[in-house]
Write a protein that binds this ligand. Structure first.
Ligand code: ATP
Ligand code: PRP
Ligand code: MG
Length: 293
């Protein structure tokens, strides 16, 4: 690659989770002081921090070759970019976040149609206008700079269209969700010319593969245990795995070592069952990457 790859990292809600993901994928990104140009331990890449809202615009116009942002903001500007891959994580979890229509708990509004003629406050103006227009519901959409939930409480709007992940902000303001507009997750997007350039495309594809591998690994753990030959079938039968588990002989013994990868959420229930079926010396370890062809 002759030129460095210009990578945009989202400043704000997605920043921390994105830098942690890059670290797991193999890149150390160092954000220092007030600079919006972090360092990265890869000579073929230059980094810039960019608001999630502006990322797709900057990738579309070539200021950046590649960037990460939410599907919501790509849709808001209907940006002409190449979506390389979905990376399903949000601010605090590895799940999508949801854009919802919410009203005050005691509001007479029960359905979307009840919002006819009313005021809706949101940061996501374009998507919201299109959403109501498609349904023939005439609402006044007012742009919100943030703290949008407060606008229903203070009577500035009849409803909001707002993002929620844990629902803690919705609940803290006594709001009621009446409809889900869409789910959103992080995506890796590329500029169309960068994607057409073979060297850049190869680098972007490698990046996508390693980021996905790191993300998948976050939901899995490695599990290793010993079991006697007599009990191995019962123990292996309990193990869900990416492929068949690896079974190896222990030196000068009738015992076997079994190694596999399982869903981290399943381990709590799985370990007691494995013990009951004769497993011993169980170890669980975190994984950095899981790469599947
Ligand atoms: N829990 C969350 N809350 C808000 N945005 C989230 C959350 N999880 C993921 N996102 C994504 O983060 C992006 C918005 O991030 P950004 O930091 O630019 O806005 P913000 O959170 O409103 O920033 P600010 O801290 O200035 O309010 C969107 O693409 C959104 O989908
Ligand atoms: O469902 P939750 O987990 O509570 O997360 C969603 C909240 O987080 C974001 O607020 P942000 O911190 O961006 O503040 P803002 O409203 O000032 O943009 C978003 O706008 C919601 O208010
Ligand atoms: Mg916000």
């Amino acid at each position: 690659m002759n030129e460095q790859l210009k990578l945009g990292l989202p400043k704000g809600s997605l920043q921390e989770a994105t830098l942690a993901l890059f670290k797991k994928a193999g890149w150390n990104v160092s954000v220092s002081g007030r600079s919006y140009f972090p360092g990265i331990d890869d000579d073929t890449i230059t980094c810039a921090l960019c608001r999630a809202q502006e990322m797709a615009i900057n990738v579309e116009n070539g200021t950046l070759d590649v960037g990460l942002t939410g599907r919501d903001w790509i849709g808001e500007y209907q940006s002409d970019v190449h979506v390389v891959t979905d990376l399903v994580y949000s601010k605090v979890s590895a799940k999508p976040a949801r854009w919802v229509v919410a009203v005050a708990y005691d509001s007479p509004v029960k359905t979307l149609e009840d919002l006819q003629g009313k005021t809706v406050s949101t940061e996501l103006v374009g998507v919201t206008k299109r959403f109501f227009a498609e349904r023939g519901i005439d609402v006044k959409v007012k742009f919100s700079w943030g703290a949008t939930e407060a606008k229903v409480v203070s009577g500035l709007a009849d409803a909001i269209v707002e993002i929620t992940e844990t629902e803690s902000t919705i609940k803290a303001h006594g709001l009621r969700v009446i409809h889900e507009l869409m789910q959103t997750n992080t995506q890796l997007i590329a500029n169309r010319d960068a994607w057409a350039d073979p060297a850049k495309r190869e680098k972007i594809e490698e990046m996508a593969m390693l980021l996905k591998g790191a993300l998948v690994a976050g939901q899995l753990v490695g599990l290793k245990l010993n079991v006697s030959k007599a009990n191995v079938e019962k123990v292996v039968g309990l193990l869900p795995s990416l492929h068949a588990p690896t079974v190896a002989h222990l030196y000068q013994s009738d015992w076997l070592s079994v190694e596999t990868v399982v869903d981290s959420g399943a381990v709590r229930d799985l370990i007691p069952c494995l013990l009951k079926e004769g497993a011993e010396g169980i170890i669980e370890y975190p994984l950095n990457k899981v790469i599947n062809k």
